[in-house]
Structures are given as structure tokens and as C-alpha cells.
Design a protein around this ligand. Structure first.
Ligand code: NPW
Ligand code: ADP
Ligand code: K
Length: 488
């Protein structure tokens, strides 16, 4: 598991440690860790050309100490002092180690092998001001970039990027990850994130990200039968969309449901039955549906309501019928549009509810702008979890899962190849199956996002010796079993 803490918690932990340790200990631990990663990336340190961007705070100081260590090993290190001042002791160390300070305040013209970004770290506030922003714009496009603690311009707590930001290949972060390294848009600026342990004693994390080794997908035991493994009910498809139902049912089957019950209009049921004879199907009336109709479909341990359902009165009745049951309900796609009209009151129920919106659907649910959701993903996913008293999985380049009172879970396995129609339906079937197996809602949602991302990667990169290939939602669905094989 990877853990991220807010700046406030990091500063409190730092304060507690600093009271016990000689002055400068934490900074030296941090800068030595940074220098080690830089040396590893350079391969051979001697005679390499390293440029430091040094701000006026301790982030700049870490960078000067790390640059000094590289200079001692023979690198030609130049520092651009961008702030009005620089940390005196760090600058003296850097100079004594053979580091050179650039004459001007701009990026020198000479060739550079590695840039270390030490403009701002966790002390950064708002958009990067000049001259820092100009330095970021002037960085040579092909040099490798290592960010010290946080890429400058990325808000450490939120991942928001208000203006110019350093695009790093690697971010070397200290003590714990910062939420902004796991949440887009910030995460996409951070590159690979390397954690340097500096001995901080930290409280509960604010954002966590599971590694594949942390996954605990449900597995059948000798005691299992199809009912005990979990029966998932899928309410999907309608006059306009039929594919969503086929994908959601197929995904639920591939994710290890003991049984998938599917209910829809006759035409959609026929299609699903032809493609998935394993599913147990029920034809529902075209109008006047309620909870009693779902009882007729049979007992399930979780409902998935929404993919391709349409947004008419029938869709609304079906969503309300599912919400009137006493089992977990996952609402997706058209179901979310229906829910946006019904309002949060519709989720006043005892059993858990999971909502799986993309940014546009969440914008509708919260009455916000889509661009604002994308710019402030962490804020909005938490707000939605509060407002709807539900587990909310916000899809997109980084998928986030929020539940009231728990750390937000970020998923690291996604790939842009997933941005293809129908992949969301695959996710809802997968998550519904995990819910029906009895997984707590946030864990089910996050595990589903993780496996979904793995499945997409497996489908897009079938051969590690060659490049990736485009994928369809169908390819993701059929790769779900291979994704399960990667879990312990
Ligand atoms: N805490 C820990 O556990 C440890 C912390 N350590 C290190 O300390 C770092 C934190 O150092 P820090 O507190 O000095 O803040 P830092 O990130 O250097 O930024 C402050 C400077 O940036 C400036 N500035 C701010 N916003 C700006 C903007 N938008 N645009 C332009 N400038 C802006 C601000 O200017 P001001 O607003 O004051 O004029 C000030 O000069 C941390 O990231 C890690 O590297 C490790 O050494 C050891 C363990
Ligand atoms: N740039 C991206 N990087 C990683 N994953 C993405 C990206 N864009 C979309 N996705 C993922 O692709 C899926 C798309 O789902 P959704 O928007 O509901 O599509 P649909 O409704 O067509 O099925 C989601 O799992 C989402 O997280
Ligand atoms: K930085």
C-alpha cells in the first residue's frame, strides 16, 4: 500500500522528530535520498551535467545538498538561484563541494543531462509566480527531470495545478507520499514516485493507493456454492442501448460471480441470453415497475443499475426499485443521470450505495462544471461522498474512491487506452460482482478499478517485447481473468 498525508500532518510529524534529533538531520536524510536516486538515474555520475533549480525555501536547500553530493562525485553541477535568497548552510556546502552558481537567473544554454527541480515543495501556494514559472517554461525538452518532494507548481495536498508546473520523470518524495502525487492533474506531472524514508511517525493517511500485492479479491473455498459466492443482479440496457447490458453482464460473469441475474426488456434479454447463456434472465414489463418486480427476478446480494438503461420513467422506476431493496446497489451511467434528478434523498437507505460517475456525470450530480470537477478531483469526490452518503468512484485518468470517514483510495493501474466506449460498463459489472461477494463498498470499488486497469494493460500490452495496441471494452472484459491471476 502507498500512503499519502497532507502537508499539515507532514509538518506536525516533522516538528515532533526535529525536537528529538540534531538540527538538519531530516534535511540530510532527505537530500541524501534524493542524491541516491539521481545517481541511479544518471548511471555514471562523473562528468555528467546537472542543473539545479533552487527556490528560496527548504526545498531548494534539499536540492543544493543533493547537488553538492553529486558534485563531490565528479558531476558538473550548476545551480540557478531563483528565489531572493537561498539556504545559507546548504549553499556553502554546495560551493565547497565544487558546485557552481549560474551568473544569470535564466536556464543556461549548455547541454544538461539531469535537472533537479527544487523551486518549491510542500511550501508552495497557488500558481507558480515569476521568475519560477519562466524557468519551468525554459527547461530543455529532452533533459531528464527529477522533482524534489513535489513537482513545483503541483499543489501537494490536492494535485491541483493552477499554472505552470514541472513535468518530472521521477519525483523523490520524503517521509510519505503527498496526495497531489496520486491525484490528477498533479499525478501526471510526478512521473515515477520514489519514497525516501526519513523516519517520520505519521497518523492515518489521507489518500492511499493499493499495489497489486495488496489485492484480496474473493476466492471460492470448499464451503462455497453459487449462492454463497455472490449473486449479482444487473439492470441494464433499453431501447436505445443494448451493448452496455452485454458488457456489464459479461464482466460480472468473468469476475467470478456465483450467478448473474439479468432483467430488462425482451429484446435486450434475448441479446444477453444469446451471448451469455450462463446468465439467468427475466423479462420485465415496459412500464409500472417497482420493488415487487425485482423480487420476481430472484434473490441477489447486490444490484448494478444503470448501464444503457435510458433516462425515461421506466429507468427511474428501476433505479428506485433497486434502491428500495436491502442489498448494496451500484448506480452507474444512465442510472446516475436519473439520480441527479432524484437528488441525494433517494439514497436514504440502510444498505451501501456505490456511485461510479465520470467527470461529466459527477458534474450533473453536484450541479458543478465538468472542467472544475477535473481540475479539483479530490475535493469533488469527497464532496459527492458526503452529499450522497455513498461510496463514490470518480472515473478518469486517475480513478478515486471516496467514502465518508475513510482515506480516499487512488487507483494507479489505469491506462489511457481505457478511454474507449463501453469500458465503464465493464467496470460496473466487475464492481457489482465484488460487492455481491460481500466486499465492503469502498474496497469493492477500488479493487474493481485496480483489476479493470490491470485487465486493460494486459489487453493493450500482450507482448512486453513490442509496443501497445488499441483495445476495446470487449478486450478488457476478456482480460479480467488474467488480471485476477496477478493478484496474490
Ligand atoms: N517537512 C518535512 O518533513 C521535511 C521537509 N523538507 C523539505 O522542505 C520542503 C519544504 O520547505 P519550506 O517549508 O521551506 O517550503 P518550500 O517548499 O521550499 O517553499 C517555500 C518557498 O517557496 C516560495 N513559494 C511558495 N509558493 C510559491 C509560488 N506559488 N510561486 C513562487 N514561489 C513560491 C516561498 O516564497 P514566499 O511565498 O515565502 O515568498 C518560499 O520561498 C519540503 O518540500 C522538503 O523538500 C526536508 O528537507 C526534510 C523534511
Ligand atoms: N485517460 C485515461 N486514463 C486512464 N483511464 C481512463 C482514461 N480515460 C478514461 N479512463 C477509464 O475508462 C473508463 C471509461 O468509462 P466511462 O467514461 O464510463 O465510459 P463508457 O460510459 O463509454 O463505458 C473508466 O474506467 C475510466 O476510468
Ligand atoms: K520541487
Amino acid at each position: 500500500m502507498r500512503y499519502a498525508h497532507t502537508v499539515e500532518k507532514v509538518r506536525a510529524a516533522e516538528g515532533a522528530q526535529m525536537a528529538l534529533l540534531p538540527e538538519g538531520t531530516l534535511m540530510r536524510r532527505a537530500s541524501t535520498g534524493l542524491a541516491t536516486v539521481c545517481a541511479r538515474l544518471l548511471g555514471r555520475v562523473y562528468a555528467t551535467r546537472v542543473l539545479l533549480l533552487v527556490g528560496g525555501g527548504d526545498n531548494g536547500a534539499d536540492t543544493l545538498y543533493a547537488g553538492g553530493e553529486l558534485a563531490r562525485r565528479g558531476a558538473r553541477v550548476t545551480a540557478v538561484l531563483a528565489g531572493s535568497g537561498a539556504h545559507e548552510a546548504a549553499l556553502a556546502f554546495f560551493r565547497a563541494a565544487g558546485g557552481r552558481v549560474a551568473d544569470g537567473a535564466g536556464v543556461p544554454e549548455s547541454e544538461i543531462d539531469l535537472v533537479i527541480d527544487g523551486l518549491v515543495g510542500i511550501g508552495g501556494r497557488g500558481a507558480l509566480r515569476e521568475p519560477y514559472a519562466a524557468l519551468v517554461r525554459a527547461l530543455p525538452p529532452h533533459a531528464a527531470v527529477i522533482a524534489c518532494d513535489v513537482p513545483s507548481g503541483v499543489d501537494a495536498d490536492t494535485g491541483e495545478v493552477g499554472g505552470e508546473a514541472v513535468s518530472a520523470d521521477v519525483t523523490v518524495t520524503f517521509g510519505t507520499l503527498k496526495p497531489g502525487l496520486l491525484v490528477d492533474p498533479g499525478a501526471s506531472f510526478a512521473g515515477l514516485v520514489e519514497l525516501v524514508d526519513i523516519g517520520l511517525d505519521l497518523p492515518e493517511a489521507d489518500v492511499v493507493a493499493a499495489t497489486t500485492a495488496d489485492l484480496r479479491p474473493p476466492r471460492p473455498t470448499v464451503e462455497s456454492d453459487k449462492y454463497r459466492r455472490g449473486v449479482v443482479g444487473v439492470l441494464a440496457g433499453g431501447d436505445s442501448y443494448t451493448g452496455a447490458a452485454v458488457l456489464a453482464v459479461g464482466s460480472a460473469l468473468h469476475a467470478g460471480a456465483g450467478m448473474v441475474r439479468f432483467a430488462s426488456t425482451e429484446g435486450v434479454v434475448d441479446l444477453v441470453r444469446q451471448r451469455w447463456p450462463e446468465a439467468v434472465t427475466t423479462v420485465l414489463d415496459a412500464t409500472g415497475l417497482d420493488r415487487a418486480d425485482l423480487d420476481r427476478v430472484g434473490r441477489v446480494q447486490a444490484w448494478v443499475a444503470g448501464p444503457g438503461l435510458g433516462t425515461d420513467a421506466r429507468a427511474r422506476d428501476l433505479v428506485l426499485a433497486a434502491l428500495a431493496t436491502d442489498v448494496p446497489v451500484l448506480v452507474d451511467a444512465d442510472g446516475l443521470t436519473v439520480l441527479a434528478e432524484l437528488g441525494p434523498g433517494a439514497l436514504d437507505r440502510a444498505a451501501p450505495t456505490v456511485l461510479t460517475p465520470h467527470a461529466g456525470e459527477l458534474a450533473r450530480l453536484l450541479g458543478a462544471e465538468r472542467s472544475d470537477i477535473e481540475a479539483r478531483r479530490l475535493h469533488h469526490v469527497r464532496l459527492a461522498a458526503e452529499t450522497f452518503a455513498a461510496t463514490v468512484l470518480l472515473k478518469g485518468s486517475t480513478t478515486l474512491v471516496a467514502t465518508r470517514g475513510e482515506p480516499v483510495r487512488a487507483n494507479l493501474t489505469g491506462t489511457p487506452w481505457l478511454a474507449a466506449a463501453g469500458t465503464g460498463d465493464v467496470l460496473s459489472g466487475l464492481a457489482g460482482t465484488l460487492l455481491s461477494a460481500g466486499m465492503p463498498p469502498a474496497e469493492a470499488a477500488a479493487t474493481a478499478a485496480h483489476l479493470h486497469g490491470l485487465a486493460a494493460r494486459i489487453a493493450a500490452h500482450p507482448d512486453p517485447r513490442s509496443g501497445p495496441n488499441p483495445i476495446t471494452a470487449w478486450d478488457v472484459l476478456t482480460a479480467i481473468p488474467a488480471a485476477f491471476r496477478q493478484a496474490p
